[in-house]
Design a protein around this ligand. Structure first.
Ligand SMILES: CC(C)(COP(=O)([O-])OP(=O)([O-])OC[C@H]1O[C@@H](n2cnc3c(N)ncnc32)[C@H](O)[C@@H]1OP(=O)([O-])[O-])[C@@H](O)C(=O)NCCC(=O)NCCSC(=O)C[C@@](C)(O)CC(=O)[O-]
Length: 305
């Protein structure tokens, strides 16, 4: 396969304000989160994961989600997504005006227990109510499948387990399903095994690749996913993040790096790389550390010359 055969256009879902920030120890003021989302909106993303309505005891950083959703300057046509693990989360996300509800399950029993305190089967039952309510209110429904490429607790995750969860989430009426490498252990070979298997269960146009970059493989894994025809990718500005229930896992692949890759391949994203570099420098500055984006730092350094 050559670069000519890759998709010509992809959707990048910016998950920095949620997946990126949820793991930060210091409480980030809502106005900083709002300023970040507004910068990302201005950069041209069609979909931003802005909030998470989960137990504040489990993930304290997301406790300001209602305030964040109320404060952002929404651009018409942009989807602002929010995580909701149960009906309590759904009601809060609905009241906050989320455009898309994200339920989040796992292909690994052990991870499901640690992350949402229930088995995979129980999670599907909880999600059923959320899915029905989401559809009833005319909102979009997305689902994440954590540990699709490996689990921090049980290690190897069988392909059939991934496919089975994808099929169960499909049956709940999901519009989009995220195939997540929660701990960043995948390599392209694994991607070429997992993606074709899940494509058999769910329309390819609605499948996304959600890669963490713990082992530095995320860009290679995205390229492998492009070769499989996947056209939706998640990334986090400045490479923010890590999962609170996956120790040692680093952030999502940096959005700036993904945009640089897509630009180089001539693949349309509709997102302004320079504006994302600015957003990355803004949030890294607030956190008092260097951005994790190689491309973002290189572009920022070049501007100083
Ligand atoms: C799912 C639960 C709630 C179960 O937690 P539980 O303790 O089994 O739930 P519960 O129903 O027994 O409720 C316990 C307490 O939480 C409250 N509660 C219950 N639900 C909510 C809610 N929605 N919003 C606010 N509060 C809530 C509830 O009211 C109660 O409060 P109390 O009476 O003790 O004061 C808990 O395990 C939880 O919140 N987990 C969150 C885990 C999480 O957010 N993980 C990170 C996101 S997933 C991720 O990052 C992976 C992803 C998506 O990016 C893809 C990838 O890379 O893999």
């Amino acid at each position: 396969m050559t670069a000519q055969d890759l998709p010509r256009k992809v959707k990048i879902v910016e998950v920095g304000p949620r997946d990126g920030l949820q793991n930060e120890k210091e409480t980030i003021p809502a106005d900083i989160k709002i300023a970040l989302v507004d910068r990302l909106t201005a950069a041209g993303f069609a979909n931003i994961e802005a909030a998470s309505f989960v137990s504040p005891k489990w993930v304290p950083q997301m406790a300001t989600s209602t305030e964040v959703m109320a404060g952002i300057a929404r651009r018409p046509g942009v989807l602002y997504s929010a995580l909701a693990p149960n009906m309590k989360g759904f009601e809060a996300a609905l009241a906050a005006g989320a455009d898309e509800i994200v339920i989040f399950g796992a292909a690994s029993e052990a991870f499901s227990q640690k992350n949402i305190n229930c088995s995979i089967a129980e999670s599907i039952e909880r999600f059923r109510d959320v899915a029905e309510a989401t559809k009833r209110h005319g909102l979009r429904l997305r689902a994440a499948v954590s540990c699709a490429f490996g689990c921090p607790y049980q290690g190897e995750v069988p392909l059939d387990a991934v496919a089975d969860v994808v099929a169960r989430l499909r049956d709940l009426g999901c519009d989009e399903i995220d195939i997540a490498d929660t701990i960043g252990v995948a390599t392209p070979r694994k991607v070429h095994e997992v993606m074709p298997r899940v494509i058999r269960e769910f329309p390819i146009e609605g499948l996304s690749g959600h890669f963490h970059d713990t082992y530095g493989q995320a860009i290679a894994n995205i390229y492998a996913s492009l070769e499989e025809g996947i056209t939706i990718y998640h990334s986090s500005v400045a490479g923010l993040g890590g999962c609170p229930y996956a120790k040692g896992a680093t952030g999502n692949v940096a959005t700036e790096d993904v945009l640089y890759l897509m630009q180089g391949l001539g693949i349309e994203t509709g997102v302004d790389l320079d504006a994302v570099v600015d957003a990355g420098q803004f949030i890294a500055g607030h956190l008092g550390r260097k951005s994790n984006s190689r491309a973002g730092n290189a572009i920022a350094a070049k501007r100083q010359q």
